[in-house]
Design a binder for this molecule. Structure first.
Ligand SMILES: CC(C)(COP(=O)(O)OP(=O)(O)OC[C@H]1O[C@@H](n2cnc3c(N)ncnc32)[C@H](O)[C@@H]1OP(=O)(O)O)[C@@H](O)C(=O)NCCC(=O)NCCS
Length: 334
């Protein structure tokens, strides 16, 4: 059995692309909101970063991306091929990246671990890292965010998803934001919507975010929910066209769930989301519930979670699930 001593380290070249992306895929490092090709281009075009590869013969078995901003070094995409785990390959990659930084006189190094990958903390502790008490703040600087639907399905047909449950137990102080511009905007309660209209809303709003549950629900089951007198659907119209909707579910006493909420893709980025959300929250509190709650997941728009928190929702539970990719089960257009 080969050991760490067989591992050769070298820098990435463009010919390595397919093997590297396949390795990242096998190691669960690919997520829909990070395009690996764009990330590779960023790392190799930037003189302050490098992609280091661990190679056995012709086979790339480990990677690490290292970069620095002059003060701190950063590590990304640490991967060790599943069949070679426990041979010290990852620790060799981390050491090589640290040497790369030392050669550039960088005094410290850091990395981010996704919340659904916390097991890897033990690896980093083992190789000398500790958790510090800084908070990470970030914002996206690019428009036209990729969506999960743009990403190719994984080879194992699965999708990873972290669900965050949020609630508020008091009516928030925030007012409904004023809309700018002279468009005619109306929010109308839609009593017992025709199934076809509801399906149009659900499918159009949810397509980029993989809302699939109700796509696969038969008419009778769906109608039972959306025609329940305790389920309310509010449709946002802009210049007469449906632009989004919010669904309030009051079937549990003293609770209102914001079961669905979203805009059609054409209406995202125009200030309508906060307006629709604040309006839905206002309607929810008009019933004087003990709590208003919702859940969102990592397949939803990346701004959904911070927007909900800004409106006063507080996370109280999180769970990681793995689902069958709805594009492969036939529930969703491929
Ligand atoms: C985490 C990962 C890189 C470790 O790769 P590896 O090649 O098995 O790691 P090594 O063999 O170099 O392990 C070094 C030490 O850490 C320990 N270790 C490795 N993974 C560990 C884990 N998940 N939990 C606890 N200890 C771990 C090893 O036992 C070894 O200890 P030792 O020095 O006492 O023998 C690999 O599991 C991986 O690719 N995971 C998926 C990708 C990923 O999560 N990357 C990090 C993103 S932040």
């Amino acid at each position: 059995m080969g050991g760490k001593t067989d591992l050769t380290l070298r820098n990435y070249t463009t010919a390595d692309r397919d093997q590297v992306v396949a390795l990242w895929d096998r190691c669960g490092l690919l997520v829909w909101y990070n395009d690996p090709d764009k990330d590779i281009a960023r790392w190799i075009e930037n003189p302050s970063s490098e992609i280091l590869l661990g190679v056995l013969g012709d086979e790339i078995v480990a990677t690490i991306c290292v970069g620095n901003d002059g003060h701190r070094g950063r590590l990304n995409y640490l991967a060790s091929a599943p069949e070679h785990r426990g041979k010290g390959f990852a620790s060799a990659m981390v050491s090589a990246a640290e040497d790369w930084l030392r050669d550039r006189n960088v005094p410290k190094v850091e990395l981010l671990i996704r919340e659904n990958n916390l097991g890897v903390k033990n690896f980093y502790r083992r190789v000398g890292y500790h958790q510090n008490n800084c908070h990470i703040m970030q914002r996206w600087l690019i428009d036209g965010m990729p969506t999960p639907a743009n990403d190719a399905p994984r080879t194992d047909g699965k999708l990873e998803n972290t669900i965050t449950y949020l609630e508020m137990t008091e009516r928030p102080l925030q007012q409904i934001p004023k809309l700018t511009g002279d468009r005619t905007v109306a929010l109308l309660g839609c009593k017992q919507p025709p199934l076809s209209f509801y399906r149009f809303l659900y499918n159009s709003v949810g397509e980029p975010w993989f809302w699939w549950e109700r796509r696969t629900m038969d008419d009778e089951s769906l109608q039972k929910i959306i025609h329940d007198p305790m389920v309310e659907i509010y449709v946002l119209y802009v210049e007469g066209a449906p632009a989004g909707y919010a669904e309030l579910d009051r079937r549990i006493d003293k609770e209102v769930e914001l079961a669905y909420f979203g805009l059609l893709p054409e209406f995202i980025g125009q200030g309508l989301g906060p307006y629709l959300l604040a309006s839905a929250i206002d309607i929810a509190w008009s019933y004087s519930p003990e709590r208003v709650h919702l859940h969102t997941n990592t397949l939803d728009h990346p701004k959904a979670l911070p927007v909900y928190q800004r409106c006063g929702f507080v996370p109280y539970k999180q769970e990681n699930i793995i689902i069958d990719d709805p594009r492969l089960t036939g529930a969703f257009p491929a």
